[in-house]
Ligand binder design. Structure first.
Ligand SMILES: Cc1ncc(COP(=O)(O)O)c(C=O)c1O
Length: 404
């Protein structure tokens, strides 16, 4: 191995690839390797009871939960005691958001971005309305798909309590300059809530370097089970009082987990992180070191494939790409002349290609683009199991839509 990703080996890890489709629908949930499926299956075959008992089946649940926290802490550079787990990323965000909103007062302000998935918008907007807090909107440059940093100079004021922003758009791929945005939040004492759901499968994420007081993850976007998490400093979590059932332990992070999480699914979380860490099997060192080496190989593998896809689609006269961000994950949105996005996705599906269509839950963005009523756009995303042959086939297939 010379530091490159061995995609043939990687594909062998994914039983789901046997269906013969080209899986470019990663934004709607990445495929799961056998190791993750096996870990979940094993947990379901073992005696596992609720945590808190004195018998082995209960201790097993405790061990599974601790291992899931440790894995996600390694993934983003946190500590296990700061990893709040939940049934989905959206669910954990609501829990943390409700706890934060208890500290807001009428006249306070928050900043949300129109680039984000609605999971990092609606909880804040709803709670702001209930608490008399003013919502300020960071706008997307419609031509480029960028989220300009300069606007935060005006949006963030002495009254700002929170800035919520994505680290990578799952609709148009944009990776905003999160560090510069969170620095502006911190300069006025506001907190930053960063959605890294889609970045963490393409690049090594460092929560502290991003300046994310809260960093949200969707494990289903990381080749894992449908589980969500928010990672923060335990001391910050300790300042918050979430809604909590009385029997839920009052310690951090457990006090945020009254809703519970399927322990059997959590068993798949360390397996998903280990999958990412071992994409370069020759990498050594700690799990975080191996993640850094493997995700560097992933980025080096995905980048030229994505540039090829982007340039080829961009050169087609019947195709319109949405945005052209300078830094992006390998995800794009496009439309085809005289075809609705759903029709395009159906044609691609007929050719054996899984493509998402609609607004990718970035409703504010598509409203701003004026594209919601037209059915949004078609989204394609590459992951480390996609091949050059597949990209070539996708390009040919989109090209063939011209002559319909
Ligand atoms: C960027 C982004 N954030 C949040 C979510 C929501 O994640 P979950 O389904 O775990 O709530 C998604 C889901 O696709 C997403 O793409």
């Amino acid at each position: 191995m010379d530091g490159r990703l061995d995609v043939a080996r990687v594909r062998g890890l994914f039983p789901a690839l046997a269906d013969g489709f080209v899986h470019t629908e990663g934004i709607a949930g990445a495929l799961v390797p056998e190791s993750v499926a096996r870990a979940v299956g094993q947990a379901m075959r073992m005696p596992i009871a609720d945590r808190g008992g004195v018998f082995p089946a209960s201790g097993r649940a405790e061990a599974v939960i601790s291992a899931a926290r440790a894995a996600l802490a390694d993934l983003v550079g946190g500590v296990p005691g700061g990893v709040v787990l939940g049934p989905s990323r959206t669910a954990v965000t609501w829990t943390v958001a409700r706890a934060l909103a208890r500290t807001w007062e009428p006249g306070d302000e928050i900043v949300v971005s129109r680039l984000d998935h609605d999971a990092n918008i609606r909880p804040w907007v709803e709670l702001a309305a209930r608490t008399g807090v003013l919502v300020r909107w960071a706008e997307v440059d419609i031509e480029t798909g960028e989220l300009p940093v300069w606007q935060f100079d005006e949006l963030v004021t002495g009254r700002t309590r929170l800035v919520a922003v994505t680290a990578a758009s799952s609709a148009v791929g944009t990776c905003p300059d999160v560090g510069a945005i969170t620095a502006r939040a911190h300069a006025v004492g506001a907190l930053a809530f960063v959605d890294a759901s889609h970045l963490a499968v393409h690049a090594r994420v460092d929560r502290v370097a991003l300046g994310a007081d809260f960093l949200a993850l969707s494990v289903s976007a990381l080749c894992g089970p449908h589980v969500g998490a928010v990672v923060a400093e335990p001391a910050l979590l300790a300042e918050l009082q979430p809604e909590r059932l009385l029997p839920t332990p009052d310690r951090v992070p457990d006090r945020f987990e009254s809703a519970g999480v399927g322990v059997e699914l959590l068993a798949g979380v360390p397996a998903a992180v280990e999958h990412l860490a071992s994409l370069r099997p020759d990498a050594d060192g700690s799990r975080r070191d191996r993640l850094a080496a493997s995700l560097a190989a992933v980025a080096a593998y995905e980048r030229p494939l994505f540039e090829w896809l982007r340039e080829a689609l961009g050169a087609m006269r019947h195709v319109q790409l949405l945005g052209d961000p300078v830094r992006s994950i390998p995800v794009l949105s496009f439309t085809v002349a005289r075809m609705r996005p759903r029709q395009v996705a159906a044609e691609l599906s007929r050719r054996g290609i899984c493509a998402w269509d609609g607004d990718a839950s970035a409703r504010e963005l598509f409203d701003a683009l004026g594209a919601t009523d037209d059915g949004g756009a078609v989204q394609l995303g590459l992951l480390h199991y996609n091949t050059a042959d597949e990209v070539g086939y996708v390009i040919d297939s989109v090209a063939s839509l011209r002559s319909r």
